[in-house]
Design a binder for this molecule. Sequence first.
Ligand code: IDC
Length: 381
Amino acid sequence: MFLFGDGKRLMEKRKPRVLFILCMVLAVFYMSGCAAEEKKEEQKADKTGKADVRETEETKPEVFERQAGDIAAPSTAGALHVEGTKLCGEDGSPVQLKGISTHGLAWFPGYVNEECFGQLRKEWKANVIRLAMYTAESGGYCTDGDREALKELIREGAAYAKKQDLYVIIDWHILSDANPNGYLAEAKEFFAEMSAEYADADHVLYEICNEPNGGTGWSEIKSYAEEVIGVIRSHDEDGVILVGTPNWSQFVDEAAADPITGYENLMYTLHFYAATHKEDLRGRMTAALDAGLPVFVSEYGICDASGSGAIDEEQAKQWMELLDERGVSCVAWNLSNKEETSAILLPSCGKTSGFEKGDLSDAGNWLYRMLTGEGEPIAIP
Ligand code: IDC
């Protein structure tokens, strides 16, 4: 403000008093802001009837300094929901999940342990773990698998994820059973049980059909999804649900043209393997997002679609740039030491936690560098 003549002199004379009044006004503003914050906390506590279960000593997740303010996690972003094409935290800000999927739980149960999840969270900066439970194949939930043992592994995985401050995806991993309707009754029963158990869990997401394939069309997937979503919603009214799309979860454009209505917090999955799926599939994803479809990459690899073959770093880079640009969440396949390119551990690594640099495959090294943003591969004492 520019003052001239008398006005300026008057201002000079009254400077101390003006300054004093200004300070008082600022102090009042600051104090009323604090009161409003306290009020908000109280309201939050009232709504749940308790201060916040996450804050009791027993359930409080460890806080990792490297992570603080860095990536979204259940302790900071809370329960997730979907707004437009975006996955968002409790306060409405967009959240991008990045992490890793287990291999088939029945085949590689050992990696479901708290130390392993803790290392992925703390050192790898993952904020999500996907628990892949095959439904068919040998040991599958709907074929000859031990259902109780598989559900117990999921419960343990979900508990470790909570303790280690990770989101967790419960994945109904259809594959050789190309059409999810083949095991519709089993899926409904399974998700009824899971959603009843995790109705109040902020960190759990449901993936209801990994990869429909074998010519299964969107209308068949959609009708399956509507049934299963109905069951989940009767227990868990707002948990995020991931729906597979035709052709091994690639044809998101078909879902975009005819999305499921009547439910909130749904996302549609797109899977890619960078050495096989390139510009074409990126185009499908972009078009679906532009059409308003919330897309979630719940599985990807940087090798070819068999889960093996050579790594294509250049294509992987292009995928990651696009995912980051659009804020799309992504989960890498897979947490195991199987002799295949996509496994992040070398077959020689017999450990199920405490991984060191020499334990990692090329895919493991790449994932570590990608998640941490560090050029150097893992360095653990
Ligand atoms: C692959 C595993 C492999 C296993 C095979 C069949 O990497 O060890 O023998 O399944 O069970 C997918 C599937 C995922 C596949 C993966 C690689 O979702 O189950 O895992 N892939 O083929 N879609 C595209 C690729």
